[in-house]
Design a binder for this molecule. Structure first.
Ligand code: COA
Length: 165
């Protein structure tokens, strides 16, 4: 029987998704809606967290997302989602987004986002997450930097709480 909390590599839970931008996904300028892209990012990241933890996971937070250039009607949107690190019960997932024009073979990176997920039981109680074992230099960098991002997130939350009393 598989052990749920065995150490896992990022590649075991990596997710790739591709969408075609349709009229219902766009604003008046024919550009992909930011909210639609955020939904796709959340789904890709949730699948990675759930594959890694082998349980139902909820989104605890989404860090800043920048939209570096518009994605147009008719473009393809590629998402790649990888787990960077697991802490006690929380997991950080990075999602990269590329747009591709299928008619002229141009491709560009448009967004990156970091999201935090927590695996929960049937009562919504957080459960321990399996550790992550990075396998290459990129994964090792993301793993180390995840601790810095987590510290910044927790510090920010504490400062806001303390300020409001
Ligand atoms: C996320 C959630 C399960 C955390 O539960 P909790 O009772 O606050 O549990 P804890 O305080 O022990 O936090 C659990 C972990 O989540 C992390 N966490 C909680 N809130 C966080 C936030 N806003 N950002 C980043 N991490 C967060 C904690 O740091 C902790 O991590 P660790 O165990 O690795 O140290 C709970 O807040 C929840 O269910 N939120 C709603 C989730 C949801 O519905 N998402 C969809 C949005 S519509």
């Amino acid at each position: 029987m598989p052990t749920i909390n065995r150490i896992k590599t990022p590649s075991e839970s990596e997710v790739h998704m591709t969408h075609l931008v349709l009229p219902n996904d766009t604003n008046q300028l024919g550009n992909l809606l930011g909210g639609r892209l955020m939904h796709w990012i959340d789904i890709a990241a949730a699948l990675t967290a759930m594959k890694h933890a082998a349980r139902v996971c909820v989104t605890a937070s989404v860090d800043e997302i920048s939209f570096n250039e518009p994605i147009k009607l008719g473009h393809m949107v590629h998402l790649r989602s990888v787990i960077t690190r697991a802490f006690r019960t929380s997991m950080e997932v990075k999602v990269d987004v590329w747009r591709e024009d299928p008619l002229n073979d141009s491709k560009a990176h448009t967004s990156s986002a970091y999201l935090t997920f927590v695996g929960i039981d049937q009562y919504g109680k957080p459960l321990p997450a399996p550790p992550v074992e990075p396998e290459n230099d990129e994964e090792r960098s993301l793993y180390e930097e995840a601790a810095i991002r987590r510290e910044a997130r927790l510090r920010y939350r504490e400062q806001i709480r303390a300020r409001r009393g």
